[in-house]
Design a protein around this ligand. Structure first.
Ligand code: G6P
Length: 369
């Protein structure tokens, strides 16, 4: 055990730091200079993906959050409608399947009962085909899906998923680029997105350098009961994933909201006792996000902002902090911003003395309903 963990105190920490390599492995042999290399979805993939007119993405837990990010990517790059749903709901619903819809199941283990049942439901629901995005080659999901794209995270031991998530996002970015190419994304834009994706392992490496700052930040959360995470656009699912990580391993109640929705309820919770963590890349939504955060400040809330470069974000040092995270480009920013949130949950849990790799009541793979 100690040998496998090497210099790290927990598997989760080791797996967080393995992400540059895991993401690089997931890209290996799949990305050329101008775009995704041919046939990464198998020989039938090309024909099937060209015909796709919409996608239904289904998953559980962290994998579901990866699907939510993919919706933003695919809709903006390929202009195809995407719906994302948790498998336990999808299974029992009367789903309407428009013609030429691709079903996408995302699962680290490929054995999650609800996700597998959802996949099995598709045979009578009339899909164009199914795609499994998975980390375990010999899993049921991989055997049963028509098309497959493997993430190459390697074995993930920590119950709270980290490198499995960022490699899922990497695989989904490849899917979004490929669908984009087939559905009208111009060549110059494609090239610049490819360059960003190729640079992603380095960008994650840079983000990992925030660890000392995040470890210091974690001190503010040790004795908290609650925390609120905010993001906008593709950073909203990143906020959800940050809140999930904190819940899973530190047992602090955490919620995530799209920042624009703050005024419709959660603002009532904001007081000196409620730390707010905002994910704030320097993008088109920055000004909107700033005015949302102003609402938090005005209510005396403590504000911790993970900010991109040159956001001009300011926080009263007695009421919070701004931590700069190197962005790595707008396309890959959701992957990069995930890293400091993983580190935050990890360090809070360590300070609280919980069982980081084996949190109470949770299982790595939920193979029963
Ligand atoms: C469990 C794990 C989570 C995981 C979820 C879905 O709840 O604790 O970390 O995200 O299952 O698992 P899957 O293997 O389908 O991605």
């Amino acid at each position: 055990d100690a040998v496998e963990r090497g210099e790290y105190r927990h598997y989760m920490q080791k797996e967080i730091f393995e992400q540059p390599r895991a993401v690089a492995d997931t890209l290996e042999g799949r990305l050329g200079e101008d775009g995704v290399l041919p046939n990464i979805f198998g020989v039938e993939g090309e024909d099937l993906l060209t015909r796709v007119q919409g996608l239904h993405i289904v998953a559980c837990g962290t994998s579901y959050h990866a699907g939510m990010v993919a919706k933003y990517w695919i809709e903006s790059l390929a202009h195809l409608p995407v719906s994302v749903e948790v498998a336990s709901e999808y299974r029992y619903r009367d789903v309407v399947v428009p013609d030429d819809t691709l079903f996408v199941a995302i699962s680290q283990s490929g054995e999650t009962a609800d996700t597998l049942s959802a996949l099995r439901e598709t045979t009578r629901r009339g899909y164009l085909g199914t795609l499994g995005i998975c980390n375990v080659p010999e899993s049921s999901l991989v055997r049963e899906a028509d098309l497959k794209l493997m993430t190459r995270a390697g074995p993930e031991i920590g119950v709270a998923s980290t490198k499995a998530f960022t490699t899922q996002l990497t695989a989904l970015a490849l899917l979004a680029l490929e669908l984009g190419r087939m559905h009208g994304l111009d060549a110059a834009r494609q090239r610049s997105l490819v360059a960003e994706l190729a640079h992603l392992p380095m960008a994650i490496e840079d983000a990992l350098k925030c660890e000392p700052a995040i470890a210091a930040l974690a001190e503010h959360f040790v004795h908290r009961q609650h925390a609120l995470f905010l993001g906008r656009g593709a950073q909203y699912p990143v906020a959800l994933e940050g809140a999930l990580k904190l819940k899973e391993i530190s047992y602090i109640h955490a919620e995530a909201y799209p920042a624009g929705e703050l005024k419709h309820g959660p603002l009532a919770l904001v007081d000196e006792e409620m730390p707010v963590i905002a994910v704030a890349p320097n993008n088109a939504m920055l000004d909107k996000l700033k005015s949302n955060l102003q609402e938090v400040r005005a209510r005396g809330g403590e504000l911790y902002v993970l900010a991109g470069r040159d956001t001009g974000m300011e926080v009263d040092p007695s009421r919070g902090e701004v931590i700069e995270v190197p962005l790595g480009g707008h396309f890959v920013a959701p992957v990069v911003f995930t890293v400091p949130l993983q580190l935050l949950a990890y360090h809070v849990a360590v300070l609280r003395g919980t069982d980081v790799d084996q949190p109470r009541n949770l299982a790595k793979s939920v193979t029963v309903e």
